[in-house]
Write a new protein. Structure first.
Length: 211
């Protein structure tokens, strides 16, 4: 088993300390930080994401795996930064104004980070202006809006409208998700992408950022 496969396997089991130790060992052996990230941590999170999508693992399993991923990332970030390796792209994520639910958003964030994307998490109760202004400031390719309430999903249309007003609508992809949201609603408000689960959302965001 290669060091990358070892890191991936440990991450899938959520072995935080062992992931950390294996990432350090890989760095000490002279492996490129980018390779450790892509072939170890991201590869492991890809498996977790796929299993989550297929209902083979559940939210607690994803949280434990993500914790292990972050432990490895903490060691890699300074090395990646000093070697000039950039994230695959930037995503601004948050739960819409008036909505304080964040479990779904946090899962999507973890899955997206597991794809090597830089995530700007604005938290909950986020106004349309904050989504759009942050996307402009951070040169983000994706705005990801979450809502768990039918009363707050209307804010997603405001985000689309504000992005149009700001003149960035052709530069930014707007993703929507959450329990009351579906494909038809996504189309009706002029958003770009709806995905029913965190793993699919992360795959879609990566595809946009790679364009």
């Amino acid at each position: 088993m290669s060091i990358y496969e070892e890191i991936s396997a440990l991450l899938q089991k959520g072995r935080m300390k062992e992931v950390s130790a294996s990432v350090k060992k890989a760095l000490d052996e002279g492996h490129e930080a980018k390779d450790i990230l892509e072939k170890g941590l991201i590869a492991g999170m890809d498996v977790v994401g796929e299993k989550f999508k297929n209902n083979e693992v559940y939210v607690p399993d994803v949280l434990i795996a993500a914790r292990a991923m972050y432990a490895g990332m903490d060691l890699l970030k300074p090395v990646l930064a000093s070697s000039g390796v950039k994230a695959a792209g930037t995503v601004v994520i948050g739960t819409c104004k008036g909505d304080l639910h964040d479990i779904g958003k946090n899962l999507v964030k973890m899955m997206m980070e597991g794809k090597g994307l830089e995530i700007i998490d604005l938290g909950v109760d986020v106004s349309a202006d904050d989504f759009v202004n942050t996307a402009i400031e951070k040169n983000a390719k994706v705005i990801a809006c979450s809502a768990l309430l039918t009363t707050t999903m209307g804010e997603m249309k405001t985000v689309v409208d504000k992005a149009t007003e700001a003149g960035i609508r052709d530069k930014v992809t707007i993703m929507v998700g959450g329990a009351p949201v579906n494909e038809n609603y996504c189309k009706s408000i002029g958003a770009d992408i709806y995905k029913p689960d965190a793993a699919s959302a992360a795959e879609a965001a990566l595809a946009v950022c790679k364009q």
